[in-house]
Design a protein around this ligand. Sequence first.
Ligand code: PLP
Length: 456
Amino acid sequence: MKTIIEPFKIKSVEPIRFTTQKERTRILKEAYYNPFLIRAEDVLIDLLTDSGTAAMSAKQWAGMMEGDESYAGARSFFRFEAAVKKITGMKFIIPTHQGRAAEKIIFTLIGGKGKYIPNNTHFDTTRANVEFSGAEAVDFPTEEGKQPEVIAPFKGDMDIPALENFIKKTGAKNIPACFITVTNNSGGGQPVSMKNIRDTKTLLRKYNIPLFLDACRFAENAFFIKKRERGYADKSPLQIAQEMFSYADGVTMSAKKDAIVNMGGFLALNDDTLATNARNLLIITEGFPTYGGLSGRDLEAIAQGLEEVLDEHYLTYRLRSVEYLGNKLTDAGVPILQPPGGHAIYIDAKNFLPHIPPNQYPGQAIVAELYQAGGIRSVEIGSVMFGKYGKDGKLISPPMELVRLAIPRRVYTQSHIDYVSEVVIEVFQRRNTLKGYKITYEAPQLRHFTAHFKMM
Ligand SMILES: *Cc1c(COP(=O)(O)O)cnc(C)c1O
């Protein structure tokens, strides 16, 4: 088989700035060892997130010029609405400025004290929005989904027996909706099988609980289904996506992922009353229902991006470029969450740094060192992001300590990725010299964005 190549050529380039290791040591200290507090121009390769960091196509930029900026009833809205409807089949399409705005609206309407929202694994903003409403966010990943080294095709799946037990124990009336996140971002960008989505829906139907998809990476998930699930090899990514959404009663999506744009999102619903209430909230918080916190040009770019993301050459390249980095690291013995996910490689920080306990944040230690050694920005997904304190003030850690190397869409070339693997491997070879960290400042919600750290 020949090398899988980037299915595009480059028309416009953006220089990246080189720094010395000495400069980076100072910059990191001034940022309190938190990569979110580093200036982007001081980063060489930015793998902080794949969210809103994509390169748009010439057609998307052309669409930006075509954007209709009318306050109400803009042509761009109808193009956007048609693109989302074609894929999701939902009746009501509500644009928001990003995914969390859709979450804020839906959980304001269905959440609240005494309510529970199950999910295969909540993403951080989703969990925060559920909890902010007063409801409780509960995760049901499968057993294999919790084991970083196990290789399985659909580690993002929902643990359906555990979900059913929970519904019986909690009472369906206290569960206003159940979510499935595709792909399972916090669980390692792992896909969810069609069978799991279908079976979850069958269970929920029995209890009259609506199913929502958190669909940020629906196209990557659809392509994993095509490649890994029996009966889908001959279906197009669009057909597979359409079937995924056919089991859902609602959708939240950040267009900053699989719509390949820098800003945007939407809430899509089938229920009339819920949609009316959502639009009323939208007007207060985002804007009129035909723009909802976005410009007409953003809506054009999303509509175009949703078409491009389902192209098989794009998806082949996309999944391969992530797997390429994963294979390089695995070959060098670096422990990563297996198999490589759709948008990122997750370093298994517990196995990378067994000498640093979770309450000294091993993931943060790797994040700091990757920046210092190579100017690479990554993010901790472990006790910093999801840690909680018990009544005794002790840290309660999530099951995994991970460092995410997220790959922006269509931005970096193979040599950038080769460089990344060289830096990670070099740090891995001297891992025994890395030290743990402690937190010196933290906010009450989403502390990882603003926390300050000190080396132990
Ligand atoms: C990014 C993301 C969100 C939130 O979207 P924003 O556009 O960042 O507000 C929600 N869920 C998942 C799975 C995500 O990856």
